[in-house]
Design a protein around this ligand. Structure first.
Ligand code: ADP
Ligand code: F6P
Length: 325
């Protein structure tokens, strides 16, 4: 018999599409397994402030597809302190919570790790971030939807850029990870993709643009990962260095909103279920991930110690395919 009778779930850090699908799954699967399930509003800040309530099946009606998070999220500096962590644990203890599911990125996982290692809390992490910057899992929730959003944006942008013989620098999110830029850039046929993982020089960028223009290719899309620079600055620098019709665009938070893709919904549902199952089985301080399409559980300390590897092979292919002018 499992000792776990009552669990809680929270979302923390930057929201991402698929978080709601995971919440839906944690609540519904938990209830189906006979557990009491609570929702914490507002991430770790909510936990510290005691914003916790029992959730019923109806509370997660019609949320699977929605972007954002019905539990709200926050960045909570207090959770990085011993005192904040103790307050968060006190809320869990006062509410007789046996296991906590944390949906968020690596920062949020650090909070879960602290609760597990310092207070013996049973925790389970679900990777919810558009950045795809966690090494232990092939994909994070929201990455697929964000890439789709960037692809749609570039498709629209190209219409007007092509009509005006204009180029454009498109800045996308990802923090220090170039995955959104690589995957969205490659699948949009972007002429230049710039990521923090691959060193580049402005002279290479200028040469490439000049080469394309000399061959009659005027509507060049340069996808720039935020970790590799700023679109506004780069556009200024390009304009200063050559005669070119060019604009800049920052996709910004649009790529973090909107309905979750099929993949993110399914991944959220599968990960939510496995997180609850892990807690019931007493698997302590783990994170859920997906590897080669299989859902896996990994120790949180091991998972966080891994370094994310960039897909250089794919990057090289993306670069080769657009060198045709
Ligand atoms: P993400 O989870 O998306 O990586 P952040 O890095 O902003 O986003 O982290 C989200 C929250 O997780 C932080 O606001 C803080 O409450 C908590 N957190 C981050 N780092 C730590 C840490 N080292 N120890 C405890 N909690 C942390
Ligand atoms: O981690 C998710 C993310 O969207 C990053 O890609 C981006 O750098 C950051 O969060 C933006 O944070 P905020 O929503 O606080 O502006």
């Amino acid at each position: 018999m499992s000792k776990v009778k009552k669990i809680a779930v929270l979302t923390s850090g930057g929201d991402s599409q698929g978080m709601n699908a995971a919440i839906y799954s944690v609540v519904r699967y938990g209830l189906e397994q006979g557990l009491e399930v609570c929702g914490v509003t507002g991430g770790y800040q909510g936990l510290i402030d005691g914003n916790i309530r029992t959730m019923k099946a109806m509370d997660v009606d019609d949320i699977i597809h929605r972007g954002g998070t019905v539990l709200k999220t926050s960045r909570c500096p207090e959770m990085k302190t011993e005192e904040g962590q103790r307050k968060a644990f006190e809320t869990l203890k006062a509410n007789k919570i046996d296991g906590l599911v944390v949906i968020g990125g690596d920062g949020s996982f650090q909070g879960a790790k602290a609760l597990a290692t310092k207070f013996g809390m049973l925790t389970m992490g679900i990777p919810g971030t558009i950045d795809n910057d966690l090494a232990y899992t092939d994909y994070t929730l929201g990455f697929d939807s964000a890439v789709n959003a960037v692809m749609s944006t570039i498709k629209m942008l190209r219409d007007t850029m092509t009509a005006n013989n204009r180029s454009c620098v498109v800045e996308v999110m990802g923090r220090n990870c170039g995955d959104i830029a690589l995957y969205a850039g490659m699948t949009s046929g972007a002429e230049i993709i710039l990521v923090p993982e691959v060193r580049f020089s402005m002279s290479e960028v200028l040469e490439r643009l000049q080469h394309n223009i000399d061959h009659g290719k005027y509507d060049n899309i340069i996808v720039l990962a935020e970790g590799a620079g700023s679109a506004v600055q780069m556009t200024k620098d390009i304009k200063q260095a050559m005669d070119i019709n060019i604009r800049s665009m920052v996709v910004g938070h649009l790529q973090r909103g909107g309905d979750a893709s099929f993949s993110d919904r399914l991944l959220g549902i599968r990960m939510g279920r496995n997180a609850v199952k892990g807690l019931i089985e007493g698997r302590s301080s783990c994170v859920v991930g997906v590897r080669d399409s299989n859902i896996i559980l990994e120790d949180i300390v091991v998972a966080l110690s891994k370094r994310k590897s960039f897909n250089y092979g794919l990057y090289e292919l993306a670069t080769k395919l657009v060198k045709t002018y």
